[in-house]
Every structure is written in structure tokens, then in C-alpha cells.
Design a protein around this ligand. Structure first.
Ligand code: HJL
Ligand code: ZN
Length: 175
């Protein structure tokens, strides 16, 4: 099976798409300083997965959503901030965790990356909001909605998503 072969998922089956994003998150190396997140970009009109990504997949301190965009930018041979007009008009992003709005490292937050795609991403389907561990309350959801991008929470996978996301963190009681 080529590396880009994705499972066939029925259009509109948000939970199944999120579950596939979660399978990406499971590939992320556990680390105490961030969450293990998985994401994918889908062209809704053709029900085609355009890219997948997971935390630290690409070189550097990369987030799952960022990896999706970097991979697509590379495919189109442009810089990430030039990607928007090249994406299908009805693209959506699935991510196991709400996109970040602030990063302790100071890197560009994923909400800003999504907004700079100039409307190509119409909806962001999210498995869990970001726990208040690193940056307090994450304003990612609000920032996206203010920019006219819909954010929909998809229920049912929260426990599994958080277990994967925090696998590299000290568990309660550990010193
Ligand atoms: C999302 C990710 C990821 C996070 N959130 N949506 N996707 N790692 O791939 C959010 C968390 C930041 C910390 C540390 N995590 O990652 O707030 O070092 O990981 O820039 O703020 O910041 P850096
Ligand atoms: Zn991020």
C-alpha cells in the first residue's frame, strides 16, 4: 500500500474521520511539553483526504495541523502562506485537539495558519478543546469563529484522544 493510501470513509462521517486523525496522533512521539495531536485536511466536494499530519511529524517543533499545511505547501511547491488559493474551496480540517492560539515556544499558532489560508478551510472539526495545561484557556476556537470559520466539536472520542495526547506527560501522583 503506498504511503498516501487512506481508508475510504463515508462523506459526513465526522467521527470516522476524527478516528483516522487519532490514528495519526498515535504515531507522534510522547513528550512532556506538548500534546500528541493528529489532523487531516479533507476536500469535501470530492471526499478526498488531501493531507494528514501529527505532532512532531516534520522536522522541528511541528504541530499536527501545521504538518498538514507544510506537506500540502510542499506538494504545490509554494510557501505555507501561499497555499490558500491553491486549496479546494470546500476544504475542512479535522483535528483531535482544538487548534492552538498561543504556543509556549513562541512559534506561529495554528489558528493563524488556518486564518491565513484565506477561507479555504470552511470548518474545523475538533475532538477535544485544549486542556488548560500549557497556555491557560485556549482562545483558538473563538479566534477561528471570529474569522468566519466554523468550529464543530465532534463527540465520542474524548477519552481516547486525551489519553493519546497526554501519554508523554507525568501522570497524576508521579513525581
Ligand atoms: C494542537 C498540536 C499540539 C498542540 N495543540 N492543536 N496540535 N502539539 O500538534 C498545544 C500546546 C503547545 C504548547 C507548547 N499543543 O508546541 O499548547 O512547543 O504544544 O510550540 O503551548 O508549545 P510548542
Ligand atoms: Zn498548533
Amino acid at each position: 500500500m503506498p504511503a498516501t493510501a487512506h481508508p475510504v470513509i463515508q462523506a459526513g462521517d465526522h467521527k470516522a474521520y476524527l478516528e483516522y486523525a487519532l490514528s495519526q496522533a498515535e504515531k507522534s512521539p510522547p513528550k512532556p511539553t506538548n500534546f500528541r495531536v493528529g489532523a487531516l485536511v479533507l476536500d469535501v466536494d470530492t471526499n478526498t483526504i488531501l493531507a494528514t499530519g501529527y505532532t512532531l511529524e516534520l522536522e522541528g517543533n511541528t504541530h499536527a495541523e501545521q504538518c498538514c499545511f507544510l506537506k500540502l505547501a510542499k506538494e504545490h511547491d509554494v510557501a505555507e502562506d501561499q497555499l490558500g488559493p491553491l486549496l479546494p474551496k470546500n476544504s475542512v480540517l479535522y483535528t483531535t485537539m482544538e487548534p492552538c492560539n498561543k504556543r509556549l515556544s513562541g512559534n506561529l499558532p495554528c489558528t493563524e495558519r488556518i486564518v491565513s489560508l484565506e477561507g479555504a478551510i470552511k470548518t474545523v472539526y475538533v475532538g477535544v478543546l485544549e486542556p488548560e495545561k500549557f497556555v491557560g484557556q485556549n482562545e483558538g476556537r473563538k479566534k477561528l469563529e471570529d474569522a468566519g470559520i466554523k468550529v464543530e466539536l465532534v463527540g465520542g472520542l474524548e477519552d481516547r484522544i486525551l489519553a493519546v495526547a497526554t501519554a508523554g506527560h507525568k501522570q497524576t501522583g508521579e513525581v
